[in-house]
Design a protein around this ligand. Structure first.
Ligand code: PLP
Ligand code: COI
Length: 341
């Protein structure tokens, strides 16, 4: 199969249309049969639930070309399960796990020419989503939905790739104490846009959101969880029921403990103690592991000892292990790599 003619090593994180996507519709109380299509536009009522009351959820995962030439995805079963959790919270009918996995498989296979070659640092980002396509005017769940999954070849999420970034402590909340922060609802991201633009206008790459109830504990950024490394080499990640349970973070914590033999802790992390950590990184499908060099808390600079030049040593070890597994250079735990073709 001939690859598309793209400058693979210089891709950024943006949308590039690929030829095929997958669509399934929910109507009359059930999901219909899904299929591959080339149609990338959607026609719906002006009164569709997604347009009026933001009833939508999504996922994000990646396909890679591994060292031996296989096209693979990383733990897609967890994305399927998380989308079911998101659906429950938004009163959306769950899209079955098996159908989700079939959609990933068929769409990636159909767009194989757009899966970046091994060694380029790029990957094929996969975006499954469900939105309320039915008419809704009183505030209530729609009776019709569409599942869609498209793909787009991408490079690093943050400009500069593995260069440490600078973030600021946000005055805004991303989630409510008993809200939707723990699921992947489009509305969470709409909420984070004003804080994101504000942070950017002030010269920062991202926000550090604090817990919405007390503003004392570290939560996450707009699109990634935090991992910290203590001065004695322990891996610490914030525990909270209003952050997204990142699949990347769960995988890193497992690898740190079971493959690298490190000590790990998932616990509440106060903003106050961040100055005492040796390394800080953001982890997620898009972010992979992006190092944080500086955190600015209302004019007060917290300089992470790992510095602004490169990833800290421990973060690099975690990154190399995770990447190595995703790219088939290192054998991962059973069932983590899902071969597509
Ligand atoms: N937190 C938020 C708010 C996100 O949007 C994402 C991205 O999906 C993550 C964390 C990382 O999650 P994952 O590792 O499953 O991609
Ligand atoms: C991801 O990492 O997949 C995300 O969804 C983060 C962001 C692009 C929303």
């Amino acid at each position: 199969m001939e690859k598309a003619n793209l400058d693979w090593s210089n891709l950024d994180f943006s949308y590039r249309k690929t030829p095929y996507r997958y669509v399934a519709n929910y109507k009359d109380g059930k999901w219909g049969k899904g299929e591959i299509t080339t149609e990338d536009t959607i026609v719906m009522s002006e009164c569709a639930g997604v347009l009026q009351y933001s009833q939508s959820i999504f996922e994000g995962l990646k396909a890679y070309t591994s060292k031996n030439g296989d096209i693979v995805t990383f733990r897609p079963d967890l994305n399927a399960e998380r989308m079911i959790d998101s659906a429950k919270r938004l009163e959306i009918p769950a899209f079955p796990k098996e159908e989700f996995l079939k959609a990933v498989e068929e769409t990636v296979k159909a767009n194989a020419a757009y899966v970046p070659p091994y060694g380029t640092g790029a990957s094929l980002y996969i975006r499954p989503f469900v939105f309320a396509s039915g008419i809704v005017i009183g505030v209530k769940p729609s009776t019709e939905y569409q599942f869609r999954l498209f793909t787009t070849p991408v490079g690093p999420y943050f400009k500069g790739g593995a260069k440490p970034i600078t973030i600021c402590v946000s005055d805004f909340d991303r989630a409510a104490p008993n809200g939707t922060g723990q699921v992947k609802a489009g509305l969470n991201y709409a909420m984070s846009l004003h804080p994101y633009v504000t942070a950017h206008n002030n010269g920062f790459d991202e926000n550090m959101f604090l817990d919405p109830a007390t503003h004392t504990f570290v939560e996450e950024t707009g699109g990634a969880n935090f991992i910290f490394v203590t001065k004695d080499g322990k891996i610490v990640t914030p525990k909270s029921n209003s952050i997204l349970p990142s699949i990347t973070r769960r995988s890193i914590m497992y690898l740190a403990e079971h493959v690298l033999g490190m000590q790990v802790e998932e616990r509440k992390v106060t903003l106050e103690e961040v100055k005492d950590f040796a390394e800080c990184g953001l982890c997620g499908t898009a972010a992979v592991i992006s190092p944080v060099g500086k955190i600015v808390d209302h004019g007060k600079e917290i300089l992470i000892p790992a510095g602004m030049e490169k990833m800290g040593e421990v973060t690099q070890k975690l990154y190399d292990t995770l990447r190595g597994i995703q790219l088939g250079e290192i054998e991962g735990p059973d069932g983590w790599i899902h071969k597509i073709c």
